[in-house]
Design a protein around this ligand. Structure first.
Ligand SMILES: N[C@@H](CCC(=O)N[C@@H](CS)C(=O)NCC(=O)O)C(=O)O
Length: 211
């Protein structure tokens, strides 16, 4: 049995989507970051960086924070959603691209464009531009492909929840048609739909205007 500590954010949804895709049993614990529950001393014992999500796998005794590590751990444990051979490294490459680039940059875009508009013009310009650039990178990668690597993998599960906030990022999905098609393909998966609403329903999955 796996305990998942999470909230309704892109990073949290990466792991609930993975657990739903795996079809394994897990228990959800809400950590409301709006109420600073991520600073609770008990939570810090498993998530020393005081950020969600985190897991405890009671079968192996493993505790983990950081979604890149959690996705790799689950892929390894269940031998799923990670291709073999050269494609394995391609999947890890794009997972790292999400962890080191897409997530942090779009997180800043949310902070300045969505939550604090009008406070820092330069930051708004910088992160809006960076969001456009990153969607361009993803759009080129998805040219002629159904998924980020040859099969649906941890790379898609890491990237997709961030793109589900395209409206907050000032992104017109129609300007990135390969991302748009992939986004809808992934959004159509039943496990993604279930994982998106963990730990609770906030709103339906956002869909591009022409969908
Ligand atoms: N690199 C971390 C990022 C985790 C993260 O930023 N979590 C956010 C929610 S998406 C959080 O817990 N924020 C609360 C805070 O910053 O106090 C991961 O991938 O797990």
């Amino acid at each position: 049995m796996i305990d998942l500590y999470t909230w309704t954010t892109p990073n949290g949804r990466k792991v609930s989507i993975m657990l739903e895709e795996l079809g394994v049993e897990y228990t959800v614990h809400s950590i409301n970051i709006g109420k600073d529950e991520q600073f609770d001393p008990d939570f810090l014992k498993i998530a020393p960086n005081n950020k969600i999500p985190a897991i405890v796998d009671h079968e192996t005794g493993q505790t983990l924070m950081e979604t890149g590590a959690i996705l790799l751990y689950l892929a390894d444990k269940y031998d799923r959603f990670m291709p073999k051979g050269a494609e394995r490294w391609r999947a890890i490459e794009w997972l790292m691209w999400q962890m080191g680039g897409l997530g942090p940059m779009l997180g800043q875009a949310h902070h300045f464009l969505h939550f604090n508009p009008g406070k820092a013009a330069y930051a708004e310009e910088r992160f809006a531009k960076e969001a456009q650039r990153l969607y361009g990178v993803l759009d080129r990668r998805l040219e002629g492909r159904d998924f980020i690597v040859d099969e649906f993998s941890v790379a898609d599960m890491a990237v997709w929840p961030w793109t589900s906030r395209f409206e907050w990022q000032g992104i017109d999905m129609d300007a990135f048609p390969n991302v748009r098609d992939w986004y809808l393909r992934v959004a159509g998966r039943p496990a993604v739909q279930k994982g998106y609403h963990i730990p609770k329903f906030v709103s339906e999955i956002p869909l591009p205007s022409k969908a």
